[in-house]
Design a protein around this ligand. Sequence first.
Ligand code: CTP
Length: 411
Amino acid sequence: MNTPTLPPTAAALSGRHVLVGITGGIAAYKSADLVRRLREAGAQVRVAMTEAAIAFVSPLTFQALSGAPVRHTLIDADAEAGMGHIELARWADAILVAPASADFMARLAGGLADDLLSTLCLASEAPLCLAPAMNRVMWKHPATQDNAQRLAARGVHLFGPASGAQACGETGAGRMLEPMQLVDALGQVFASERLAGRQVLITAGPTREALDPVRYISNRSSGRMGYAVAEAARAAGARVVLVSGPTALPAPAGVERIRVESAQQMHRAVFDRVASCEIFIATAAVADYRPAHPAEQKIKKHADRLSIELIRNPDILAEVAALPKGPFTVGFAAETEELERHAREKRKRKGVDLIAANQVGNGLGFDREDNALVVYGEHDVWDLGTADKRELARRLIERIADALEKRGTAP
Ligand code: CTP
């Protein structure tokens, strides 16, 4: 029999730490070959099995193939003395559970951590990939489909399942992908992580500038663009801190969110974290001015006219860009006219590396799902087109990764 050759994407696995999780299912025998192929691709592999998996294949098989002890119990004094389960979760650059049974997916979807493998999945920030394998009726069941959707929505990668003849004698969707297909899919996950390990700091949403204890000046920013950028940076492998003004949006999975209200609070939160970040992306619609003297008590309506004195807020982006050893900076420019001229001028004036410009007004821009962005660097222009904000955010992250690579600061 000819040995199948590894797919080109396998190159991205070289030197990576892959934790292979094995749950109870007849497809577990194929995982032996998977472990072999991953090692051939240059990955370091550790294996964790559920108790149900042990009924199908012996841990010894995986120990021999992975070259490391196999873990299956949560409380194992010997193992904890070596590489404890939290260390193992941190060690992993990716977790690939293959086969992933219907029961395991249900437990993951529910956030349970009642055995070693589910605990590792919950305790790790690495990309989690599942290769579902089960009888076709179990896969099609609304409970399993719901769980698959919930997991996918949290950013879990689902590899397969494939359709075909099943071990139970039936034919349909539910077969685990072949080991080479899994190597390919995992390679793609790593290859797409253009910001792997980078620290990214993002501002998002509006700010609120208090007039008195119950009133404020703000703007119509929904925060969606910034949250989409945070999600895209996380998906590209970055560690993301999101400093967010008030919005109704949930924090994207795996992103650390710091909530603030005013521009001054946003400024403080950014400068608390900026020293450790390599990329700063300012999407927030920061109020340029704040009331000079916010009233301590609610302002009463006595006079016919009321004037409010406003003073300038700090320009967070410009200050970060002016730091001597500051991060790579990306600003946003919302313009109602002469987009290119204003955006280029703003990039220069604030001293930032890239400006992502969008046209606002006439129903464009704020509080919408889609947007149109053009990115200006010192020499480059990229038109990211019109798309929904999540897609634009992905494209923007790609361009930022390109620009960093061009600068020769790739990891
Ligand atoms: N920004 C910031 N802090 C401020 C104001 C703006 O960090 N106090 C950032 C925004 O997050 C955005 C960029 O600067 O990335 C552009 O902001 P914008 O309000 O469009 O530009 P301004 O510099 O305020 O210029 P103008 O109001 O004249 O358009």
